[in-house]
Design a protein around this ligand. Sequence first.
Ligand code: NAD
Ligand code: 6OD
Length: 485
Amino acid sequence: MRIIRNFINGEFVEAPAKRFDKRSPTTGAVVARVEEADFRIVDSSVSAARHSLSGEWSKFTYSQRKDLLISVADIIGRRTKEFVDAEIADTGKPYALASTLDIPRGAANFRAFADLMLRAPQETWTTETPDGRGAINTVTYAPKGVIAVICPWNLPLLLMTWKVAPALACGNAVVVKPSEETPSTATLLAEVMNEAGIPKGVYNVVHGFGPNSAGEFLTQHPDVDAITFTGESKTGEAIMKSAAVGLRDVSFELGGKNAGIVFADCDFDAAVDGIARATFLNCGQICLGTERVYVERPIFEKFVAALAAKASALKPGDPYSEATTIGPLISREHREKVISYFAKAKFEGATIHAGGHIPEVPLTFANGAWIEPTVWTGLPETSAVIREEIFGPCCHVAPFDAEVEAIARANDSRYGLATSIWTQDVSRANRVARQIRVGIAWVNSWFLRDLRTPFGGAGISGIGREGGTHSLAFYTEMRNVCIKL
Ligand code: NAD
Ligand code: 6OD
């Protein structure tokens, strides 16, 4: 049995006292035993990170840090197969997805942020003074210190490296707490860090759960300077309470209940493909995914039928088979949550156009967390299915008659992460995009990412923005140096 260990100060530490099982979402079988970090282990990871900040790491120039991060990207590239296998073991996602999205984006994150400090905006201001001599102001960027990186399970390597890469580029040290569901790729990345020559203590990994476990021990640790977190909005509230003690900075990427808006003048096939991708990719477990779709009435029925056909065509199965186009949910526990929304939709009288059940799968997969991709219509906007984040491969589709109505319905949510708008009228696209209260509005696309842009959410979908030089605001302490002449 594979044993997954905590990684502290450049070494894997043995801590067999408390272990938990990691089960495969495809078969339900135990695939690894994970050593859970107690407070003492978390404390030593934070000490190691703190210590590294005054060692050789602090002497690296920006260019040297850049070279190291490029090496990390190169090694992930060279070891892609290992990373893909690890991600599949933890999540069950199809090979085609892990090998084209998760792992390449993990490497791309290091490339995108490697030269962040070399691109930091340079500001100089001359200030008038009564004696006429004046002063010169410059802005410098110092590392923030020890950063806690708390990660979810849906895109494990992608989302973790999206935070670790800028943190290291800015000269910080990190302690990563991957999700208890996906401990493998953060652990594999530890090997890569050593291989690339990242100094000891700069990258640490602790395993465990949230409350009363590694997550809470880390976020409550007084020597952590800042917390970057991706996960549920409710968990964000708990972490914010921990961060309040000692007034630590937070950056939060949280849940979504994203609306797709499809106008009758759209490229119909592209819109159906796009909304299907936004709803079903990664078995619907993407925060940016679309669980509410509003379609202009003239094409409503045709659109629902086409989307339902896409849903029904998805094939669950062996992640390594080319025929497999949808994986399982992350766990049986998460499936219970998703199924509870299926029951609510049925109870409230939804029309089910596709899915709605646990699918028939071969015996080998009978204990996995499989679920049918599902499309509903006919629910009132007050329905829990339309208001709450489900995080499964399902959406409700409703007709609309006017642009203002579509905007109002899209905005009728406490979440505010993303939207995707489908129309061939560029003026309308621009007008609508500007009125939807979200962090990112895609037009005729979805999850098309440029890593230089600000990424984050409005409302309960997040706090702050990361991406490109916007990441400097969180990962550095900006300092104004004022020199009186
Ligand atoms: P989660 O909030 O349950 O857990 C995320 C991480 O937080 C895990 O590592 C968990 O162990 C830890 N944690 C839980 N409670 C904690 C506590 N009290 N203190 C410290 N750590 C704690 O989220 P999840 O189920 O892993 O992921 C799915 C959620 O993440 C969805 O809501 C999804 O929308 C959201 N998400 C958002 C984004 C984004 O960019 N906005 C990206 C991916 C996922
Ligand atoms: O693409 C990204 O940088 C990002 N943070 C994606 C988030 C996906 C949510 O599941």
